[in-house]
Ligand binder design. Structure first.
Ligand code: FES
Length: 328
């Protein structure tokens, strides 16, 4: 590739030259160039804008939150990429998929189903990470893992029913044990980090955002977490708080404060009350649920003095429902 350090980097996407306006990221440039890229959150969370760079220098921030295996494959997030050097880009090649059979379906609440999958081969993951689940070649949806590999051989997901969502409607109405699905690689940085074992943990889940938090919480216990833990579950007034008996049981056994809040109430008020009782040690927070609620809560926590790199988030986006590679 030509050396153009003194001028704009030379960016190509599947052989086409791409111009990047000053201040734009790679995804904006690809949209302008009408290359029809897939994307959703624009915030480095959903990973739907993943691209592969067979050659060139990838800016480190474009790989934040990717697994070591993804970095080895030169994958990057277009929405987080501000290229400073030449880059040759293409859509990710040959993503490996894992076959998995439905081994369980359990209603946790009228709107949330627990989906249990038995993978055919080893499926590396940490609780709280997310993966894409395919039904057939076209219908796919991203979900977070609620299971703990050291405690369960199968994989568990909490599926919130969205009446307009093809995948969740299929799970809620038609899926049967024995049905075959496929899984992508587990990715994401929203999982338990053992280096913070002595810090207070605050976990805030909205609706079925409780699923990944239930996995992270049990992973923390599995790692013998030493700091205090507090779990806040936000649910709409008409939606029941599910997993109550399991969480009550955990709170009786471990240093866990478990609170149920009705959505619309201010979670930071309750969180701040809790933080006053925490030791001075910096708090580690996990936020999971619909993107709007998670982002709002993240801002509130930052205003309350939490540090950005100590807040791990998992955002669910409506547009993750995809068909034929397009958002629908
Ligand atoms: S659009 Fe880039 S990570 Fe979601």
């Amino acid at each position: 590739m030509a050396n153009r350090r003194s001028s704009m980097p030379n960016i190509t996407f599947e052989g086409k030259n791409i111009n990047i306006n000053a201040g734009d990221n790679l995804l904006q440039a690809l949209i302008q160039a009408k290359t029809n890229p897939t994307y959703s959150c624009l915030a480095g969370q959903c990973h739907s804008c993943l691209l592969q760079a067979p050659s060139g220098i990838i800016p480190p921030q474009a790989q934040q939150g990717l697994s070591p295996q993804q970095c080895e494959r030169n994958l990057l997030l277009a929405c987080q990429c501000h290229p400073e050097h030449d880059l040759e880009l293409q859509r990710p090649q040959a993503r490996t998929k894992t076959d998995a059979m439905i081994s369980g379906l359990r209603q946790l609440s009228p709107e949330v189903t627990e989906l249990t999958l038995s993978p055919r081969t080893v499926f590396p993951y940490r609780p709280g990470q997310h993966t894409t689940i395919w039904r057939g070649p076209y219908l796919k949806r991203c979900y977070s893992l609620a299971s703990v590999p050291e405690q369960e051989t199968d994989l568990v997901f909490h599926i919130q029913h969205h009446p307009e969502g093809q995948f969740s409607t299929w799970i809620h109405q038609q899926a049967r044990e024995g049905d075959l699905l496929q899984l992508g690689t587990a990715i994401g940085n929203c999982h338990y980090h053992p280096q913070y074992a002595s810090r207070p943990l605050v976990l805030i889940g909205f609706g079925s955002g409780l699923g990944p938090l239930y996995g992270i919480l049990r992973d923390a216990i599995e790692h013998q977490h030493r700091g205090n833990m507090a779990l806040f579950h936000m649910a709409e007034e008409e939606q029941p708080h599910y997993l109550q008996s399991e969480l009550n049981h955990l709170s009786e056994q471990y240093k866990l404060a478990y609170s149920r809040l009705v959505e619309g109430s201010n979670p930071t008020e309750a969180v701040n009350q809790h933080l006053k009782q925490c030791p001075v040690s910096p708090v580690i927070a996990y936020l999971c649920g619909p993107a709007a609620q998670v982002k709002a809560c993240q801002r509130l926590l930052l205003n309350s003095g939490l540090v950005a790199e100590h807040i791990f988030t998992e955002c669910f986006t409506d547009t993750q429902i995809q068909k034929d590679g397009q958002n629908i």
